[in-house]
Design a binder for this molecule. Structure first.
Ligand SMILES: Cc1cc2nc3c(=O)[nH]c(=O)nc-3n(C[C@H](O)[C@H](O)[C@H](O)COP(=O)(O)O)c2cc1C
Length: 358
């Protein structure tokens, strides 16, 4: 594929190709890889590739509102930059670069606690809607200190990632002998993560008034427990297939979770969302916000801040086209009846959304 100047990317496929060309093998494998057989990674795509659209016509889509809502604030799309540890290995400026792109385009950022630069510096890099994601690797006082810092720096919500009781076996990294530069940081306090339980969720809700997001919910049972604990956001995720292998695809578990939550909390989702059509499918199923992980990293790796802004513009263009062709002038007009089950047309994997890639 001939690569144009980054500002002239006309398709997301070109963004991915440019990122591939720019990244060294170690970071590339760390980015695209998953746990063990990478079955969960592929199932994320399989779940999306197994949904087809049922378009409605003659519905006046001359004006389409595809904005999202994030804690009562309007965003340009119902999309969020998912938390990514070690962003600094894909782009100069790391989390600060992601913050600038989020601010320039107009979507929220969720900042990972294992990313550089840290919380204060990233918050200072750009004014944007943001939440903070913590890996619990310390005691209650340690958690409380992170919450205080997040509040002091204008983060509107706090997220605990709960699908990391143990760190998974990422075989691409193991085979490639890729040692993450931030490995020492990542290993500290692993015992706290393994010991995490619903008791800490209760303690958080009793003590703090920042809205709480639980990231890594993958069953109706846990979604129900989250609601009972008063959690504001149930974030459906399997960590992009990077933690438990042989899980279900995120979009496949979304319906049971929407049904279990019964509107008592917001439901967000991530895992394999690479295209505007994917975002539309998630919202049709009932998700309020869609997280993009690898796609955002690919945009940054392709061309830094402008690369991610361009990625989001292309995603927006795809969303607009899809909604219009579905006959929906707003998200409110979209329902599960716009979807139908259909077998995927090719073998699903991370890049099945980009068939032009070599
Ligand atoms: C390179 C990389 C680093 C990640 N780091 C974190 C992290 O620090 N905290 C977290 O909660 N999730 C982390 N995730 C998971 C993402 O937040 C998100 O759940 C996942 O990437 C979504 O799937 P997608 O990449 O297919 O969009 C990471 C994912 C990737 C690809």
């Amino acid at each position: 594929m001939n690569l144009p100047h980054p500002q002239e990317f006309l398709t997301l496929q070109e963004v991915v190709a440019a990122a591939r060309a720019n990244l060294a093998p170690g970071p590339w494998s760390y980015l695209v890889g998953g746990a063990e057989t990478e079955t969960t990674v592929r199932r994320n795509r399989q779940a999306l590739d197994s949904l087809a659209f049922r378009p409605r016509v003659l519905r006046d889509v001359s004006r389409i509102d595809f904005s999202g809502i994030f804690f009562q604030k309007k965003t340009r799309l119902p999309v969020m930059l998912a938390p990514i540890g070690g962003l600094e290995s894909f782009v100069e400026g790391g989390a600060a670069a992601a913050a600038r792109a989020a601010a320039e385009f107009g979507v929220p950022q969720m900042l990972s606690s294992v990313c550089q630069p840290g919380l204060e510096e990233t918050a200072a890099a750009a004014q944007t809607l943001r939440s903070f994601q913590l890996y619990v690797r310390g005691d209650d006082a340690w958690v409380d200190d992170w919450v205080r810092r997040a509040k002091d720096n204008g983060f509107v919500a706090f997220c605990l990632t709960v699908d990391v009781a143990l760190y998974s076996r990422r075989e691409r990294d193991l085979v490639g002998r890729f040692v993450k530069p931030w490995r020492a940081r990542a290993a500290e306090g692993a015992g706290f993560q393994a010991a995490l339980s619903w008791g800490q969720v209760k303690r958080f809700k009793d003590k703090h008034d920042l809205p709480l997001i639980l990231k890594g919910i993958a069953t109706a049972e846990d979604a129900q427990l989250a609601v009972e604990h008063g959690v504001e956001v149930v974030y459906v995720s399997n960590h992009g297939g990077r933690q438990l292998d042989h899980g279900l695809g995120a979009a496949a578990v979304l319906p049971e979770i929407i049904a279990a939550v019964k509107g008592k909390a917001e439901v967000w989702v991530d895992g394999g969302f690479m295209r505007g059509t994917d975002v539309v499918k998630a919202v049709a199923l009932g998700a309020r916000t869609v997280g993009i992980g690898r796609l955002a990293c690919l945009g940054l790796a392709a061309a830094g801040v402008p690369g991610l802004v361009r990625t989001l513009e292309l995603l927006e263009e795809e969303v607009r086209t899809c909604l219009g062709l579905l006959g929906a002038a707003s998200w409110a007009e979209l329902t599960p009846a716009h979807l139908a089950a259909a077998p995927p047309v090719s073998a699903p994997d991370t890049f099945s959304a980009f068939p032009l890639l070599p």
